[in-house]
Design a protein around this ligand. Sequence first.
Ligand code: AMP
Ligand code: ZN
Ligand code: FE
Ligand code: FE
Length: 294
Amino acid sequence: MIDLHTHSTASDGTDNPEQLIKKANEKGIKALALTDHDTLGGLAEAEECAKDLSMDFIRGCELSTKSEDGSGNEHKLHILGLWIPKKCEELEVFLAQQRDIRNKRNKLMMSKFQDLGIKIDLEELQKKCGGSIGRPHIAQLLVEEGYVESTQEAFDKYLSDKGKAYVSKKSVSPEEAINVLAKQGAMVFIAHPLLGIDEDKKRNFIAWLEEKLPSWRSLGLCGMEAWHSVQNSEKRNFISQLAKKYSLEISGGSDYHGTIKPKVKLGEAFGEQPIPDSVYIRLKEYRKIKAYTE
Ligand code: AMP
Ligand code: ZN
Ligand code: FE
Ligand code: FE
């Protein structure tokens, strides 16, 4: 079993990097990538712990992107960087900018909460968490303070794009995200391509994606995440076929976040299916063929 998409307290996961690696090891996971949103802050601790336990560790991160397709449709995609080299100053600068955008947006959301008469404190939150604060943190805070029963309710009422305290976040384009990661020497994947795509928008989305994939591949895109906790076997097969069609690889990760997403289990894709070692073995082969260095 492997897991190439996980989150820690460095962003919006609830296990710290050491706890995450220990849990993965107890579950028999042989290789794990930590892919926190907009930060590499958890990697050093996780890497050291993985080394002690003789587990393979992959340095990663996840970026959020937005794009307009020319017909007024907005497409949101998450991009994963895997095997990020230790020397990556340009990426660090880019990530610091992304965290700055988050902080500004969080402040705007806090003022909306204030207007709603909801008293939650961002500074308290900042003290408790690592570097990259997102809406799931705010959702958790709303639960703790008794304003809602669950993080889902927090999203439904306040934080989703239809929620009362929602503020949209300025995002980079998929091209910018792919470019910064590829230039730095990381392997680049589209995370959970079909997550949150409603049936009625699916056709339009896929057409857009297929139009973009060849140019993204030349920018340095390596593949797409086929194995994921919210993609059933039909979606997984669809993504795998699409990858094949555009000479892309596939990756696989649970998108584990700890207790804020209690249904998502380490090393498991949709339907409790263990993410197979073969995905990782193939990517390691690909790295050899393409002469990646680290
Ligand atoms: P942020 O990075 O602050 O924009 O938060 C994005 C994260 O919030 C996503 O990765 C999801 O985990 C979570 N999220 C976004 N929309 C929803 C929703 N409608 N319901 C539950 N969780 C959501
Ligand atoms: Zn997250
Ligand atoms: Fe994501
Ligand atoms: Fe994720």
